[in-house]
Write a protein that binds this ligand. Structure first.
Ligand SMILES: C[S@@+](CC[C@H](N)C(=O)[O-])C[C@H]1O[C@@H](n2cnc3c(N)ncnc32)[C@H](O)[C@@H]1O
Length: 271
C-alpha cells in the first residue's frame, strides 16, 4: 500500500459532499461500465459487491438490472458511505479494498468504477478473488497510462517533478489479473476527453473529485500565477479548435472470472 494511502482516504472523505456535482467523468464511466454488464449475459448475481462505491451512484442501476440481488456498497471513506441510498437489499460498509471486510467466496459479482487506480492493484485483485465465489465475475474500470497526457506533457516542460499520478497500462492490468489466477480476462480501453475554459478550472476539477496528485514526492504548496501562466503556454499545442483546454482520460475496462465450478441457478431435474 502506498505511503499516501491515508491522504487518498482523507481527500475522498473531504470531497464526498460535492462529489456527484463534479464527477462528470466518473458518471460517464459508470454508465459505460453498466452497459458492459448489460452485454454480459452470463451474469445473474445474487450477491454484488460495489467496491469503492463512492456515494452509491451505481446502487439503483444495479438493482434495476438485478432486482433480486443483495448489494454491499463498500468504500473506505465514511462520508461517501453516509450517502449510499438505503434499502432492504443494500448495505453500506466502510472497508478498505486492500483488506475487504466480506466473507471469502461470498460474492457473485464484484463491480468497481474508477477505484483501482488509487490502490495497490495486486493486493486488491487478490482480495477481489478471495471475495468472489468460484465462477464469480469481476467488472471494473480504472485509469490507463495515457490519462492526463496533456497535463503531464505541459508540466514536463516546466520541471521534472511528479505532478500527475502514474497510471498502469491496460496490458499490465490484464497480466496482473491473470497472475492472480483469474480466467476469461478481457481488458480494453477507450479515451474520454473533458474540456475546460482554462488550466485553473482543469486542475480545480481534479481536486474536487479527489483526483489530484498524491505521489509522496509531489511538490507541496499552491501553484503560483507564474507557473499557471507557463502551464497555459505549454498547453497551447493541445487546445481545441474552440480554444478549450483538454484533459484526456484513458478508461480501462477489465472483465474477469474466478475459476471454479459455477453453481449458477438451481438446476431443475425432470422426473
Ligand atoms: C473516483 S471515486 C468513484 C466512486 C464510485 N465508484 C462512482 O462510480 O461514482 C473512487 C472511490 O474509491 C474509493 N476508494 C479509493 N481507494 C479505496 C480503497 N483502498 N478502499 C476502498 N475505497 C477506496 C474512494 O473513497 C472513492 O469513493
Amino acid at each position: 500500500m502506498s505511503l499516501e494511502h491515508p491522504l487518498i482516504q482523507a481527500a475522498f472523505d473531504a470531497a464526498a459532499k460535492q462529489y456527484e456535482q463534479h464527477a462528470v467523468l466518473q458518471k460517464e464511466s459508470l454508465s459505460r461500465l453498466l452497459e458492459r454488464l448489460d452485454d454480459d449475459h452470463q451474469l445473474q448475481p445474487g450477491q454484488i459487491l460495489d467496491l469503492g462505491c463512492g456515494t452509491g451512484w451505481a446502487v439503483p442501476e444495479l438493482l434495476e438490472r438485478y432486482p433480486q440481488a443483495q448489494i454491499i456498497a463498500a468504500d473506505f471513506a465514511p462520508s461517501m458511505i453516509a450517502q449510499v441510498p438505503a434499502g432492504p437489499q443494500v448495505e453500506g460498509r466502510v472497508t478498505d479494498a486492500h483488506a475487504i471486510d466480506v466473507h471469502a467466496q461470498s460474492c457473485d459479482l464484484v463491480f468497481s468504477n474508477l477505484m483501482l487506480q488509487w490502490c495497490d492493484e495486486t493486493t486488491v485483485l487478490q482480495e477481489i478473488k478471495r471475495a468472489l465465489k468460484p465462477g464469480g465475475f469481476l467488472h471494473l474500470t480504472t485509469m490507463g497510462e495515457h490519462t492526463l497526457h496533456e497535463l503531464k506533457t505541459a508540466w514536463a516542460q516546466i520541471d521534472d517533478q511528479p505532478h500527475v499520478n502514474q497510471f498502469v497500462p491496460a496490458a499490465q492490468i490484464a497480466d496482473l489479473t491473470l497472475q492472480q489466477g483469474f480466467t476469461e480476462v478481457i481488458a480494453d480501453s477507450e479515451f474520454i476527453t473533458m474540456t475546460y475554459a482554462n488550466v485553473v478550472d482543469l486542475m480545480r476539477d481534479l481536486k474536487n473529485i479527489g483526483a489530484h496528485n498524491v505521489d509522496h514526492q509531489r511538490p507541496r504548496g499552491l501553484t503560483s500565477p507564474k507557473v499557471i501562466k507557463q502551464l497555459t503556454e505549454h498547453f497551447a499545442e493541445f487546445r481545441t479548435a474552440d480554444g478549450l483546454y483538454p484533459a484526456t482520460y484513458e478508461l480501462v475496462y477489465l472483465r474477469a472470472r474466478k475459476p471454479g465450478e459455477d453453481k449458477g441457478l438451481p438446476v431443475k431435474i425432470k422426473s
